[in-house]
Design a protein around this ligand. Sequence first.
Ligand code: EPU
Length: 427
Amino acid sequence: MEKYIIKGGKQLQGEVTISAAKNSAVAILPAVLLSDEPCIIDNVPNISDIDCAIKILTRLGAEVKMLNKSTLRIDPTHIHSDTVEYELGKNMRASYYFMGALLGKIGRANVSMPGGCDLGARPIDQHLKGFQALGADNTVEYGMVRLTSSQLTGAHIYFDVVTVGGTINVMLAACKAKGLTIIENAAKEPHIVDVANFLNSMGADIMGAGTDVIKIRGVSHLHGSEYSIIPDQIEAGTFMIIAAATNGDILIRGVIPKHLESITAKLQKIGARVVEYDDAIRVTGTGILRKTSVKTMPHPGFPTDLQPQITTLLTLANGTSIVTEDIFDNRFKYVDELRRMGADISVDGKVAVIEGTGHLKGAPVKANDLRAGAAMIIAGLAADGVTEIENIHYIERGYEGIERKLKALGADIKKISVPDQYIQKQA
Ligand code: EPU
């Protein structure tokens, strides 16, 4: 097992370049299956979720070549399987995109119920409702979702909840359905638009991505394409919060500032200085951190994937802040770890009340999931003393080169290996 050891208290300064969006990449790689020709995908993040998607593609019969450290050539022309087994699917929430992609490509899919971060109940009923409306039968047996259709046909689908995964999955399947599909109450996250742009670059006919009504006119053939993935909104937001939490000064390059507006607004309210450039954003601490309230919402609201990070920042602020988690049932599990560092937070259901103490103290903590892990890093960077973070494999699922990027900004962070034998003795 590996751990991060962070000596906190340093003001982080300098420049960091944001990697490609995880949640786009994990949908675009399965989407390549829909093409009748090879595709080249540029700006692919080097994270463990992508390793997992590549394994699944290869197991299905696609040929995946790494042309350089961030460019993949994927040839989907020799797919010979419709099955994503539990052993592979359990490691990654986004394995559900192989349902829509395989259904669109070959009219059938046999994919394990998805794994991913434990944030409370995460049903996929809306995905299945969408596939069913397009004419696919589904059964769930022994943890595997089996979908079959002799001919997908366009349909009018109204999602009961705003779902990122459901919106993308139905777009994937509907691309090659016969006729027009209309998705209402669609999610509007930047990666929805990115996936639609990629599909359109292969010859799909999708309009309205980024609004709550998406129209997809099915086509019979999708061709190869070369496409570059957008920057990661959540990685950028995490570095913005790191700048504020360490009273630092960070120029965050390679971002789309429009995607970061809800974070910019909150950080300015809390007291940080934020300056936007064409493709960069600079966050500077002012020595002031004020209380505020935050409620997570679908895009363009404040993203749930930055909720643990901003809650951590608010433990360092003056006064009582309130954070409401409106997307997931159970996304405050990491609060126990922050309490070990001296945070004063009470949680009642979906609401956390944070009594800002102005400081945190280093402690051994663990990452409960990907974004909770990012919150532990922020806490460790801002705390007095040494913080040890366990379970860092969660963090490496979604943050490319986080240790290297933080060191370049002046953080005192190192990764160490802990012998398993030692861990067992401690258990
Ligand atoms: N929901 C349903 N039924 C469905 C689908 C969703 O009830 O069929 C509910 C969920 O339980 C949740 C809400 O709708 O309460 C939103 O879920 P959504 O489908 O939007 O989330 P997701 O597709 O499972 C993606 C990201 C998450 C991110 C959420 C919300 C990927 C692979 N995952 O999950 O990312 O938090 O959207 O923006 O894109 C992360 O990156 O750390 C992460 C967890």
